[in-house]
Design a binder for this molecule. Structure first.
Ligand SMILES: [Zn+2]
Length: 463
């Protein structure tokens, strides 16, 4: 019963082909959003996996969203032991089968060299399969005990913004009470560099809309007499964010980057993998490094822009123009005031005719890098990998972490098992096999160490 035995079991699970078999079977569930497939995945894959861990699974209805059930399973070893909450999601983005390269099928795992292709291999089936398997190998290596209490939570609506998750966590607060969250999703900072992130940037969607007339008019007869909706919208956008990506609305800018975040970001690369695009050094907030711009700052993105007839512009002045935008934002940004800030800024610049339509907001989160469980996880991963993992105070993307950090008040430790060029929401999604194998060892080491960890000393009012 040793740590190295647990890790040997975990990599042995990979080398035996069992990891491939488990993942291939799970990818075969077409969990794009249909209620039958989502429930089937929970019943046929997640419930047995929980039972093998000695955790009793229950499948519960989503409080706000029919057909998007959640699985909760709990294993209790002792009140004096720490409790880990493990999270994953069963749903995947639409397969988009026609976009995949010839020879690949989104619903089966195709191995090409180190790449394992299939929808969900990276997001999120491959990642939660690593974690569940590592737990099972630790249980075996410790002779039937984990050394800690475990709660597993698998949801089925993450790709549609996790409706109901926060409410579910609030309703099941006692059941989900834990000392820390351990979860895996998203990419490492580079394929070869184990990574921990402690929170997420949030997103705030909004649309800009210019409606001047019901139809378009010929520019030969009317150009010069009629305002052009597309021109107005383009200029309105450029007063919010300039031509090199700097945000010009004071209310959309974050507070200064805290020194501990700056320090943590000093060695973080952006775009280091072969398939990554080249980073634009002269884009975004001036004076910041790429990592500071992606992790520590806000960015205003125009996601789509339409006016007129893009494929047949026959000399017409468009009467309407629309843009969908969002702000990716860090902790400390006042998103309640976002719509008002945009409205006021547009008014001040003479764009009263541009409507601002607020959309969904996913909050930003960030666990304190000095938290004892963060230090515990970093130490454990370093012990296994031989060098310190990359630490991101928050991830550049968005995840439903507010349910855990906010609703449940947990320190949230995310250990991603994918990389940024994995195409997780596009055709040709894949998992890197060597990374998955390494991740099994890292997670087995972490779960082993959690079983050895001193139980947390809870101070009243400081949970
Ligand atoms: Zn996703």
């Amino acid at each position: 019963m040793t740590r190295s035995l647990a890790m040997r079991y975990a990599t042995g699970y990979f080398d035996s082909g069992a990891f491939h078999a488990d993942l291939a079977r799970r990818v075969g569930f077409r969990t794009e959003g249909g209620a039958v497939e989502l429930r089937g995945y929970l019943e046929q894959e997640m419930a047995p996996a929980a039972e093998r861990l000695g955790a009793v699974p229950r499948i519960l209805d989503n409080p706000v969203c029919a057909g998007k059930p959640l699985l909760v399973a709990h294993r209790h070893e002792g009140d004096d032991r720490p409790t880990a909450l493990l999270y994953g999601h069963a749903d995947v983005v639409p397969a988009d089968a026609r976009g995949w390269r010839a020879g690949l099928d989104p619903w089966s795992v195709t191995v090409e060299g180190t790449r394992w292709y299939g929808r969900g291999t990276a997001d999120n089936k491959g990642q939660h399969t690593v974690n569940l398997a590592a737990l099972e190998q630790v249980l075996k290596a410790r002779g039937g005990s984990l050394g800690f209490n475990l709660t597993i939570l698998i949801e089925t609506a993450e790709e549609s913004g996790s409706p109901g998750l926060a409410q579910f966590c609030a309703e099941q607060r006692a059941e989900l009470a834990a000392d820390l969250l351990i979860a895996s999703d998203g990419p490492r900072v580079a394929a070869g560099r184990p990574t921990v992130f402690l929170g997420t940037r949030g997103t705030a969607d909004f649309a800009l809309s210019v409606r001047l007339r019901d139809r378009s008019y010929q520019s030969g007869s009317w150009g010069g007499a009629l305002r052009n909706a597309a021109t107005v919208l383009a200029n309105a956008i450029s007063c919010l964010v300039d031509g090199r990506g700097e945000i010009l609305v004071p209310g959309l800018r974050p507070p200064p980057i805290p020194p501990e975040v700056r320090t943590a970001l000093r060695t973080i690369p952006v775009g280091n993998d072969p398939d990554d695009p080249a980073v634009d050094e002269d884009w975004g907030e001036p004076g910041l490094t790429p990592a500071e711009r992606v992790v520590g700052w806000n960015t205003l993105e125009v996601l789509s822009l339409t006016a007129g007839e893009p494929d047949a512009p026959f000399g017409e002045i468009p009467g309407t123009a629309h843009a969908r935008c969002h702000l990716r934002f860090v902790v400390g940004t006042d998103t309640e005031a976002l719509t008002d800030a945009v409205r006021m800024h547009l008014d001040q610049h003479g764009f009263r005719m541009v409507d601002v339509v607020p959309g969904a907001v996913l909050p930003a989160t960030r666990t304190d890098p000095g938290d004892r469980w963060v230090r515990f996880a970093l130490t454990s991963l370093e012990r296994t990998a031989g060098s310190p993992p990359a630490l991101l105070p928050n991830f550049g993307g968005s995840l439903p972490n507010d349910a855990f950090a906010g609703e449940l008040g947990l320190p949230t430790i995310w250990i991603p098992h994918s990389y940024s060029a994995c195409d997780q929401h596009a055709p040709d999604e894949h998992l890197l096999a060597p990374l998955a194998r390494e991740a099994l060892g890292l997670m087995a080491g972490l779960f082993w160490d959690l079983g050895e960890a001193e139980a947390p000393h809870r101070v009243a009012g400081q949970e």
